[in-house]
Write a protein that binds this ligand. Sequence first.
Ligand code: HEM
Length: 68
Amino acid sequence: MNFVRTFHRWVSAAFTLTFLANLVAMALSGGQQPPAWVTYSPLLPLLLLLGTGLPMLVQPLLKGSKEK
Ligand code: HEM
């Protein structure tokens, strides 16, 4: 599970960068919509965060129920 946690940590940094890039792109585009690849760039890291975050969320709960 350590690998998943480390992966989640690094992907969260990548996600934050894509999010900030969106804010910058919106600020610089003068009311225009930024290019679609900028707008959608946070979605892949967000999906990876969901895929690694949910197992981290559920794993201690499953472990707890086995100990009882
Ligand atoms: C998309 C849904 C997400 C889920 C279900 C999720 C779930 C989790 C869970 C369960 C943990 C472990 C908490 C613990 O046991 O201490 C965690 C850690 C963490 N999450 Fe997420 N997370 C999600 C999205 C994000 C996002 C969007 C960010 C930041 C941009 C983020 C950043 C982090 C960081 C930095 C940690 C600590 C990792 C470490 O221990 O080094 N997560 N997350």
